[in-house]
Design a protein around this ligand. Sequence first.
Ligand SMILES: [Zn+2]
Length: 141
Amino acid sequence: MLQVTGINNGIVLDHIKAGNGLKIFNRLINHDIDVPVVLIMNVNSNVLGKKDIIKIEDSFDVNLDVLGLIDENITVNFIVEGKLKEKKKVSVPEVLTGYIKCKNPRCISHFDNYVAPQFTLYDRANLEYVCSFCDEITKYQ
Ligand SMILES: [Zn+2]
């Protein structure tokens, strides 16, 4: 089994389905993270067969809401001074603000200087959200 140096303070995202790690990695990097991030791919897992792991050092400021959209199996481990402080399961968020774009081209949220739309979960299995401005249903992808 591959051994990777543990972290002292930070977040470990475990039980990511193999292949989803890169997707999450790209999303996190896009969100202005400037601390060390390690992506480990295709580790053997008893539960999943193969899994990915992401370690983020010295930061707890990660948008965990969006993780549930990509992979609901993820376990989030908060490490403080080398010890596991808290373990959390992610879930599909009930409300999203500005993270997806309304698919209705005439929706007021597409026009300049308008406030970001809020989307409310409509169909959990299909990741569909209802726009707060126009009631159009948009699927997360
Ligand atoms: Zn809309």
